[in-house]
Design a protein around this ligand. Structure first.
Ligand code: HEC
Length: 209
């Protein structure tokens, strides 16, 4: 789908949460382990791990990923016990952490944390960075970028991860957001992660990264 919508619609989509995350790989060590460490390790590390679920090291954890008695079914967070339990309402007796522990201060994952863990599961629950089939790959010479990657300042087509496009000029790239300029001269920031892989690549190219 390549339709050009006026900017307010582009934003409205982004704001409404309709924008799907792109296929950026989720890094276990950097992004997932800290969440589990904070919310789950207390009861799921060491020989006394609850429910026979040890998350100490990838090797321990991997024993319950796939296989006969899985808590994670790689590729399917909706059928994985771990993401199901972590997402249950806090009063549900099967929720993780268990409701009595929550009374004593154990915190559940936030919805952002759960979303990230679900994404990691749906991308195969891998422990090595970059070890994912879904990582965006741009073959050399392929028409990766929409719109000609010309010098900064020229109008480009930008497409977000929901497939909605707009025309704007590249201004700058800082960390996680790209600054774009509409043809009326007004500028706005847009999260890099909410662009599709081609537009992310374009922003990085124009931003010299
Ligand atoms: C305060 C201790 C505590 C914390 C914190 C905790 N759990 Fe548990 N967990 C348990 C207990 C006790 C069991 C075994 C009883 C059960 O399955 O309800 C269990 C079992 C499980 C199981 C089921 C294992 C199986 O095969 O039956 C999963 C999955 C799980 N926990 C995930 C999590 C996740 C994810 C977190 C972090 C968000 C977490 N737990 C945090 C105590 C805890």
């Amino acid at each position: 789908m390549k339709i050009s919508l006026p900017l307010p619609s582009f934003f409205a989509l982004a704001m409404s949460g309709f924008v799907l995350e792109t296929a950026r790989a989720v890094d276990y060590q950097e992004e997932i382990r800290p969440i589990l460490n904070k919310k789950c390790f207390k009861c799921h590390t060491g020989p006394k791990s609850k429910g026979g679920l040890r998350m100490d090291t990838p090797d321990d954890f991997a024993k319950r990923i796939g296989g006969d008695d899985p808590v994670i079914i790689p590729g399917d967070p909706s059928k994985s016990l771990l993401t199901i339990k972590a997402g249950l309402p806090r009063t549900d007796g099967d929720a993780m952490p268990p409701p009595p522990a929550r009374e004593r201060g154990a915190e559940a994952m936030t919805s952002a944390e759960l979303t990230l863990v679900q994404k990691w599961v749906s991308m195969g629950a891998k422990f090595e960075a970059g070890e994912t089939a879904a990582a965006p790959t741009a073959a050399p010479g392929a028409p990766a970028a929409v719109g000609a990657p010309t010098a900064a300042g020229a109008m480009q087509t930008w497409t977000n991860s929901a497939g909605v496009s707009l025309q704007a000029a590249f201004v700058s790239l800082s960390g996680t957001s790209v600054t774009l300029k509409k043809d009326d001269g007004s500028q706005f920031d847009y999260p890099l992660a909410s662009l599709n892989p081609e537009s992310q690549a374009l922003a990085k190219k124009l931003g010299g990264q």
